[in-house]
Design a protein around this ligand. Structure first.
Ligand SMILES: Nc1ncnc2c1ncn2[C@@H]1O[C@H](COP(=O)(O)OP(=O)(O)OP(=O)(O)O)[C@@H](O)[C@H]1O
Ligand SMILES: [Mg+2]
Length: 210
């Protein structure tokens, strides 16, 4: 099979299933993990990803359709396109188009959070700008079904750390537009950031102490 992408966790192959063009995501063995733990982790993340892909589609978030799941491999529809991360890296961007994409990325996360899905790795690398500027969310291996405000706030934090502030503010506008609980999660995000700073300061004080 032809490798079309290589992630930190998995290899993505071009696949053909009953004549439909698809992709296969295979979580490869990691030699630095103990064998038994490695096998468990890879198949657990694969099962989680397939299950949550099904829920994401049901709540109106564009994402690959799971077609087959087997051990550490999931065959899913090909969403095409290129990652939002590579789109944002282009210097000659139309800023209006970027603002629209950031709002759409935010509104997709809002829909997921409304359905109590925390993505677990919601960064521009896991959002694909598909044909006709449609956005698809991928890579649900670290996702969980949860009501946790903290888990949802961590999704925001990861995105905030990955884009510049203006883009993050467009993202938050989209997030608020699709999720009534948005403000509560945004407040938690700010609290997490304050906690982070507090820890850093404490560490500095400790370092300076005689
Ligand atoms: N359904 C899909 N359709 C089209 N391209 C895909 C699809 N799934 C994955 N890809 C491509 O493969 C790349 C890696 O996929 P994915 O993020 O799911 O793997 P990963 O190993 O978890 O990556 P990482 O850990 O680096 O985030 C994506 O950036 C995307 O380019
Ligand atoms: Mg990824």
């Amino acid at each position: 099979m032809r490798v079309i992408a290589e992630g930190a966790e998995a290899r993505i192959y071009a696949a053909d299933i009953l004549g439909i063009h698809a992709v296969a995501k295979r979580r490869e063995r990691k030699s630095y993990r103990i064998n038994q733990i490695d096998t468990g982790l890879r198949s657990q993340r694969t099962r989680v990803e397939a299950r949550i892909l099904g829920i994401a589609a049901a709540v109106g978030v564009d994402s690959p359709r799971p077609l087959l799941v087997h051990d550490c491999e999931i065959v899913m529809s090909d969403v095409g396109g290129t990652t939002l991360r590579s789109v944002l890296a282009d210097n000659e961007l139309d800023e209006n188009a970027v603002a629209r994409m950031m709002r759409a990325a935010g509104s997709n996360l809002g829909r997921l959070h409304h359905a109590n899905i925390a993505h677990g790795d919601y960064t521009p690398a896991n959002i694909v700008v598909a044909p006709r500027a449609r956005l698809a969310v991928i890579d649900f291996g670290l996702s969980e079904v949860t009501q946790s405000i903290e888990a949802k706030a961590i999704d925001l934090l990861l995105m905030k750390r990955s884009v510049d502030p203006l883009r993050f503010s467009d993202f938050l506008n989209g997030y608020r537009s699709s999720f009534r609980g948005a403000d509560k999660v945004i407040r938690r995000l700010l609290a997490i950031e304050r906690r982070g700073r507090y820890k850093t300061r404490t560490l500095l004080v400790t370092d300076d102490a005689p």
